[in-house]
Design a protein around this ligand. Structure first.
Ligand code: 5GP
Ligand code: MN
Ligand code: MN
Length: 325
């Protein structure tokens, strides 16, 4: 793997016009990885653009630097990228239309998903807790100086992808990296306030309706529910700002697998899955054309009958659960 990092650093050093791309339906690790790579490359004097071909949810858009440094797809139409760096995306479909530009440039893939399809010219895929940790290593090798701004941007992804340092992906490396970033000024209290203590009241009200349609199955070890566009409309919540309650379902005593079905566009649902200790949800995700990690995975599915689709997914999970016996 060291060879890949060195090759990546070499490519970055050679290039002048660099595009850094994150995945659709961006999360904290994605935003953090794009942002900290863009800040670092700008400091090296590169002509760099950060791009995500998807709307950014408000709680991440408000994070310092995001509005300024991460743009929508249109900003790259005329951009003469020689090098494209994809961060935190496991397959080409996860970066939207930006993938069309891969044929005109060298490409680098930096990611921590076991389900990665190695779609770049150089691929560094390793099971870190967060892609942001990998970006930090590259930035250090490039000789970029860390200050409070960069350290906080980089820390965001490690905090969010490890559930603020408590998921099973929180290994010693996570704490070492966090200690280093906090030493450089990374502000974990600020991040936790922005992400955890900032829930719009409407999200809490929606949670009531979400619980009304929650179901349990398989001896109460599977919990699932859904959010439709109509449910969002009732509280004037935009689909891109739809809250994730999947962690709340998983937190129920005795639940091993939690699933939420969230309508992103009419009849198109994003399915989020989490498991607590032993069930591999990434297998279910791959089965339905998505991907992810053993404890957190997802996919998208088209349906005009959400109850029926829920049942299909639950049946698949139950069958897989049987095979563990
Ligand atoms: P979430 O449930 O938070 O959307 O995603 C959980 C994990 O699964 C993340 O690591 C994310 O990258 C991955 N994931 C979610 N949805 C998809 C999808 O549609 N395709 C792929 N390949 N991965 C997904
Ligand atoms: Mn990630
Ligand atoms: Mn991600």
């Amino acid at each position: 793997m060291l060879r890949n990092i060195e090759a990546i650093v070499g490519e970055i050093e050679k290039a002048k016009n660099i595009l850094v791309v994150g995945h659709i339906m961006p999360d904290g690790d994605d935003i953090s990885s794009v942002l900290s790579m863009v800040i670092a490359l700008e400091r090296l004097g590169k002509n760099v653009r950060g791009v995500i071909d998807y709307e950014i949810p408000a709680y991440l858009e408000e994070f310092p630097g995001v509005k300024d440094k991460i743009k929508s797809y249109d900003c790259i139409k005329e951009f003469p990228a020689e090098l494209i760096i994809s961060v935190d995306a496991s397959s080409p479909d996860r970066i939207g239309r930006v993938y069309d530009h891969f044929k005109f440039a060298r490409s680098i893939v930096i990611d921590h998903h076991a389900t990665n399809t190695y779609f770049g010219n150089i691929n560094w895929v390793e099971m870190y807790g967060a892609t942001a940790q990998m970006v930090m290593r590259i930035n250090k090798m490039l000789g970029v100086e860390y200050d409070k701004e960069l350290a906080t941007a980089n820390l965001l992804g490690i905090a969010t992808d490890t559930g603020f340092f408590k998921y099973s992906n929180t290994d010693a490396t996570v704490f070492e990296d966090v200690a280093w970033l906090v030493g450089k000024g990374g502000d974990i209290a600020f991040i936790s306030n922005m992400i955890l203590e900032n829930r719009p009241l409407e999200h809490i009200l929606l949670y009531k309706d979400f619980l009304d349609v929650m179901k349990l199955d398989y001896n109460n070890t599977i919990a699932y529910s859904h959010i439709t566009l109509d449910m969002l409309k009732k509280y004037d919540i935009k689909p891109k700002d739809s809250p994730s309650f999947v962690g709340d379902l998983r937190s129920i005593k005795g639940v091993e697998v939690a699933i939420t079905f969230t309508e992103a566009e009419e009849n198109e649902f994003h399915v989020s899955m989490r498991s607590k200790s032993w069930f591999d949800v990434s297998k279910v995700a791959v089965h339905f054309g998505g991907g992810g990690h053993p404890r957190a995975a997802g996919f998208s599915i088209n349906t005009d009958n959400i109850e029926k689709t829920e049942q299909e997914v639950i049946d698949t999970i139950k069958k897989l659960m049987e095979s563990y016996k």
